[in-house]
Design a binder for this molecule. Structure first.
Ligand SMILES: Cc1cc2nc3c(=O)[nH]c(=O)nc-3n(C[C@H](O)[C@H](O)[C@H](O)COP(=O)(O)O)c2cc1C
Length: 178
């Protein structure tokens, strides 16, 4: 858990693409909420090996580090695109590694899907996280941003409708943590 007053938030991006709209959203949240949170956006999910239940008793080091990062976080934000009507494989893989653990149980969480459409990934991630945290996600802690790549890029400001939805999500996450 965090040592200072600031909350320690682990941010997981389902996109590992340079210039990712999802990464941009997380950077926006890190900057806007810098006074009250440390938003760690540095964990690269693509370093994790493919999930294998045979390794559950002897977890690879990268997986141990990922599980520790979740354990030590006051809250977790997942921000992801939809790939072929689902969540990206890197994100699904990371979440699979946690299924045999209780690291997400009761963990304050928020989810953002920023994609062309994204509705199927949104529904799927909601179900996955509800299962992992063992309770319904707060409806205010879930945001679906459609048309993401035309709206969000490193070169331009995020539109006010999107920033308003992200504000509601962050308030929900901070409320869950307190
Ligand atoms: C392999 C691939 C599959 C995709 N499939 C979908 C899809 O099923 N639904 C959707 O809404 N967008 C789909 N997209 C579009 C991405 O979700 C969209 O470009 C998104 O903004 C990428 O996020 P990023 O900018 O954070 O990388 C796909 C993109 C790629 C590269």
């Amino acid at each position: 858990m965090s040592t200072a007053n600031k909350k320690n938030i682990l941010a997981l991006s389902g996109s590992v693409r340079k210039g990712s709209a999802n990464e941009r959203i997380l950077q926006h949240l890190a900057a806007v909420y810098a006074d009250c949170i440390d938003l760690n956006v540095s964990f690269d999910l693509s370093v994790l090996p493919h999930f294998n239940p045979d390794l559950a008793e002897n977890l690879p080091v990268s997986v141990q580090e990922f599980i520790s990062a979740v354990t030590n976080a006051d809250g977790v934000i997942i921000c992801t695109p939809e790939y072929v009507f689902s969540i990206p494989a890197v994100l699904k893989n990371a979440l699979e590694w946690t299924v045999a653990t209780t690291v997400f149980s009761g963990k304050p969480c928020a989810i953002i899907v920023a994609s062309s459409l994204g509705d199927k990934a949104f529904e799927s991630l909601d179900l996955i996280m509800k299962t992992l945290i063992q309770q319904e996600l707060d409806p205010q802690a879930k945001v679906l941003i459609q048309g993401a790549r035309s709206k969000i890029s490193a070169a331009k400001e995020i539109d006010t409708q999107t920033t308003a939805a992200l504000d509601v999500l962050m308030k929900s996450l901070l409320k869950q943590i307190q």
